[in-house]
Design a protein around this ligand. Structure first.
Ligand SMILES: NC(=O)c1ccc[n+]([C@@H]2O[C@H](COP(=O)([O-])OP(=O)(O)OC[C@H]3O[C@@H](n4cnc5c(N)ncnc54)[C@H](O)[C@@H]3O)[C@@H](O)[C@H]2O)c1
Ligand SMILES: O=c1ccn([C@@H]2O[C@H](COP(=O)(O)OP(=O)(O)O[C@H]3O[C@H](CO)[C@@H](O)[C@H](O)[C@H]3O)[C@@H](O)[C@H]2O)c(=O)[nH]1
Length: 489
């Protein structure tokens, strides 16, 4: 196991001094205790017990949840995460709101704050809002009294490291800052296994300077405690920053591509799962990320592609921008057409009809609802005056209301009247006219579907936006079953 991390500085002076100055990385600070900062630091703390890690955040409530004595109350639901936190917390993993102290004491600082799409000013609705990143840089510059390695963990536009370096070098004390880019590729719901066994770890740094190389090496040594060396890829800063946006654009593009085919399948009698299987067996295409759905959600894909589009436009690369924007347009279309299909199938009106939503999270095994397709399908149906009853195994009731109210398109009274969060799936489906499956939770197939059917209006419709339910079983019971990417009902 690692005995502290040593960065070796060679000092060669005019007097011919050639001594080694050794710096031991003993303390890490991570700014941002969110979906990335929390799990990533928990795994580093588990794998490197001799490094003390403090995860800091402005949000007192979030920090209190991370520190909750009952570890099942940590703010993020991720399979396996509470065990990792239970193992490391209090030993070498700490959660705190004293950001200055953590910065001051650390050798290496990860910046893992949110970088949402801008909602104001130039680049509104497209560019990444970097105000939280800049605040971190200014705080580090103000507080740091010794040399620091600053690691970009957040997803950032290419060349952000230059802006960070500029702020750090011009507002700080007389200390040296080395900037690294170390984008995170974990997916929610599988964060612990993605972090424990990553396809690759990407580290970008200034390889042309000695100090830059040493900083890269320091971070490589941390990951090398559990990641095979051949999976740790080092590049220049800009390649690393741009690779993150590129990876998300390619992944989202595959989902939009198969979703585009799902519409064609529904009209022609082809079956999108069969098409996906057939093309996925071609090793040049591969089988992953070809599951047709009601659309992709989550905090990353849309935000990062919009950012990519903005960057391309800002360099005058309009064709590049248009190419990637189409991925988003296709996704918006897929969500809308799913809602419209429900309205059309229910005899062109859903006014005062009850639609049960199974799932609200943007994917299974997470309580995260950011950009979940469920929100936008619900919005379309509420605008058609439907009543919606939601059941999700992990999402809290208040989150569902917040998600809809944040859209601002439906009066708050109307939301209260029409939107309800059920205490179990049977209550959600009782007296409903249709069920819409919005998340691929595995537990859905374990329900008593006969009981659900018996308590619904007839004909009882199921719109499976994730293609996860047992079609034959449901049809035998009597449901009229619609599956995304298969011939219509
Ligand atoms: N969620 C994912 O699966 C995922 C995966 C890979 C990369 N990313 C990227 O990682 C970054 C973080 O994403 P996230 O999902 O963890 O976000 P998040 O919103 O869950 O967490 C960010 C945290 O940073 C805190 N914060 C903001 N400004 C701060 C400041 N100045 N000082 C201290 N704390 C501050 C917020 O209070 C919040 O708790 C984003 O750039 C995102 O694109 C996310
Ligand atoms: O075949 C598929 C695969 C995914 N999805 C949907 O796509 C969205 C995103 O899924 P996924 O990529 O698994 O989850 P995220 O947590 O958003 O992870 C993505 O975004 C992260 C944040 O940048 C990256 O770190 C990850 O590598 C990248 O997969 C979800 O709504 C999924 O349901 C599909 O519809 N079909």
């Amino acid at each position: 196991m690692l005995k502290g991390l040593r960065i070796v500085h060679f000092c060669v002076t005019s007097l011919g001094c050639n001594k080694k100055i050794q710096k031991v990385i003993k303390k890490i600070c991570c700014i941002g205790a969110g979906y990335v900062g929390g799990p990533t630091m928990a795994i580093i703390a588990q794998k490197c017990p001799e490094i003390e890690i403090t995860v800091v955040d402005l949000n007192q409530k979030r920090i209190d949840q991370w520190n909750d004595t009952d570890v099942s109350n940590i703010p993020i639901y991720e399979p396996g995460l509470s065990d990792v936190v239970a193992e490391a917390r209090g030993r070498n993993l700490f959660f705190d709101t004293d950001i200055d102290k953590a910065i001051d004491e650390s050798d290496m600082i990860f910046i893992s704050v949110n970088t949402p799409t801008k909602t104001y000013g130039k680049g509104k609705g497209m560019a990444a809002d970097l105000k939280y990143i800049e605040l971190c840089a200014r705080q580090i510059a103000r507080v740091a009294k010794s040399d620091k390695i600053v690691v970009e963990k957040s997803t950032l536009p290419v060349r952000t490291a230059q802006a960070l370096k500029n702020i750090l070098d011009h507002t700080g004390n007389d200390v040296n800052f080395e900037i690294l880019s170390n984008p995170e590729f974990l997916a929610e719901g599988t964060a612990v296994s993605d972090l424990t066994n990553p396809d690759r770890v990407l580290i970008g740094g200034q390889q042309e300077t000695e100090k830059g190389k040493q900083a890269v090496e320091a971070l490589v040594s941390i990951y090398a405690n559990w990641v095979p060396k051949d999976k740790i890829l080092t590049t220049n800063l800009w390649s690393s920053e741009l690779s993150k946006l590129t990876a998300n654009a390619f992944l989202a593009q595959r989902v939009s591509s198969i979703n585009a085919m799902s519409e064609l399948c529904e009209i022609t009698g082809a079956n999108v799962d069969e098409v996906a299987k057939a093309i996925g067996m071609d090793s040049r295409i591969g089988p992953k990320f070809l599951k047709s759905s009601v659309g992709f959600g989550g905090s990353c894909f849309q935000k990062d592609i919009l950012n990519l589009v903005y960057i391309a436009k800002s360099y005058g690369l309009n064709e590049v921008a248009d190419y990637w924007e189409q991925v988003i347009l296709m996704n918006d279309h897929q969500k809308r057409r799913f809602a419209h299909n429900i309205v059309k199938t229910l005899y062109n009106t859903v006014s005062d009809k009850k639609i049960a939503f199974l799932g609200w999270a943007f994917k299974k095994d997470t309580n995260d609802t950011r950009e979940s397709p469920a929100i936008y399908v619900a919005e379309e149906l509420l605008l058609e005056q439907a009543k919606i009853s939601v059941w999700d195994p992990k999402v809290k009731d208040a989150q569902v209301y917040t998600d809809i109210n944040t859209l601002g398109s439906i009066e708050a009274d109307e939301v209260d009247n029409k939107l309800q969060v059920a205490k179990d799936p049977y209550e959600a489906c009782k007296n409903s006219h249709a069920i819409a499956v919005l998340t691929e939770w595995e537990e859905f197939n374990t329900y008593d579907w006969q009981r659900i059917y018996d308590n619904m209006h007839k004909p009882a419709f199921v719109f499976d936006g994730r293609g996860v339910l047992d079609k034959n079983k449901l049809q035998e019971i009597g449901f009229v079953y619609y599956r995304i990417g298969e011939g219509g009902v």
